[in-house]
Design a binder for this molecule. Sequence first.
Ligand SMILES: [Zn+2]
Length: 213
Amino acid sequence: MQIQRTANAGILLELDGKRMLLDGVCQGVGPYLPTPASIQTMLLQQSPDALIFTHSHPDHYDGLFVAHYMQNTAGPVLGPADIPWANPEAFRLDTIQITPIPTRHIGKADNCAHHSYVVQGSRCLWFLGDASLLDWQKNADVPKPDVIVAPFGFLIGRGWAYCKSLGVKTVVVVHMPLRENDPYCLWQQLEQTLDDSSGVQVLIPEIGQSITV
Ligand SMILES: [Zn+2]
């Protein structure tokens, strides 16, 4: 599968001949960067087969882009019901099953509607969004992943122990700021994980970068 990071916490996923944009267009929030205009243009010209959103926070979602996409294509938009045009149900894209898993957003008092996703084709990808680790871990019966796309919290402490316990081969880290503008010192905290010789491949693509996993 091919993954291009196109946003702060989002990717363009190519799997089994389909192109899915997951939280793939966003606005800038604090140190978290927006989707560059050049990538937005590329995404509108080469319309993905589906737009998929975990939640409506601006560092994961751009409603204007969705409106443009809806003008150009009849492709589906998936997401919690508070996102305009979004279908909150499980969805099949030919041979690929996209299953939303309602999860709690990380943080104490955040009640925003939030879905994580299991994308199951010839391989299985978990796209966790801003899911709380403790809440996500209750989902013991979802198919085991080949690849996890996760934010920082799944790469440290209990989150990292959990990822390793799954036997996953690759974890793609998103929702990272630039190293040179990192007020929360996320990169520094990740160093221990990056040194960990546990056999899990950890990839942190820059916005715009494509990787094959
Ligand atoms: Zn959020």
